[in-house]
Design a protein around this ligand. Structure first.
Ligand SMILES: C[S@@+](CC[C@H](N)C(=O)[O-])C[C@H]1O[C@@H](n2cnc3c(N)ncnc32)[C@H](O)[C@@H]1O
Length: 203
């Protein structure tokens, strides 16, 4: 099954609060984004899915928001939840390994639990090419994946697990590591999942 078909099926068959990655609010991501993004900043959330990050960023006054995901179904849910506010958001339905993003368009790039699905070198290179092109010099990149003790699969798909060094190592020398740390996420059924966050500045 290809990437899009897989994720459309997930979002057509599961309630937003039933997926293992669900969090009512992405508090850690919000804290890092607020550190990186001074108004008016252009922020892109890669693989946003149905997460409430966009709601919380709108509530904090960020106006230049882009969300990207391979699943239209996930965005239909998010748009319905946001109501008229959804018109303030730029929506991109695309695969991050195939889309051509605009050069130097964003101050902040956020990705929670997407990069770890890219299991081939080609997919990861395409992702890194996009982030290197689309984020302005002086901008920030926040990427979180499963950590070394995290699960080996998510949503039935194989994932790569990273520690801070190996995750940062995927990005190259233009990405200066500002901070990285591990976090334990509790799934809706109470299972712990280890995540690693890398917060970088693009030089
Ligand atoms: C585990 S979910 C995380 C969702 C959200 N970031 C969060 O933290 O709640 C992974 C998301 O990435 C999307 N996704 C997976 N592979 C993708 C790809 N190659 N390009 C764009 N989106 C992708 C999926 O549709 C899904 O919404």
């Amino acid at each position: 099954m290809d990437t899009k078909t897989h994720w459309e099926k997930v979002y057509k068959t599961k309630e937003p609060q039933a997926v293992s990655w669900y969090q009512a609010h992405l508090e850690t991501s919000l804290t890092l984004i607020e550190r990186a993004a001074h108004l008016p900043s252009a922020i892109i959330d890669i693989g946003a899915g149905e997460s409430t990050l966009v709601d919380d960023l709108l509530a904090r006054g960020y106006e230049n928001l882009t969300v990207l995901d391979v699943s239209q179904t996930a965005f239909d849910v998010t748009k319905k939840r946001l109501g008229p506010l959804s018109e303030q958001v730029n929506w991109i339905v695309a695969d991050i390994t195939q889309v051509e993003l605009k050069p130097s368009a964003y101050d902040v790039w956020h990705d929670r639990a997407v990069f770890h699905f890219l299991i081939s070198n080609e997919q990861r290179s395409a992702y890194v090419r996009n982030v290197a092109k689309a984020v302005k010099t002086g901008g920030h990149v926040i990427v979180s994946t499963f950590g070394p003790e995290g699960p080996t699969k998510c949503s039935g798909l194989e994932v790569m697990r990273y520690d801070s060094e190996s995750l940062h190592g995927e990005f190259g020398s233009r990405f200066r590591l500002v901070e990285s740390f591990k976090e334990l996420h509790q799934t809706p059924v109470g299972a712990p999942q280890q995540f690693v966050y890398c917060y970088c500045r693009v030089e």
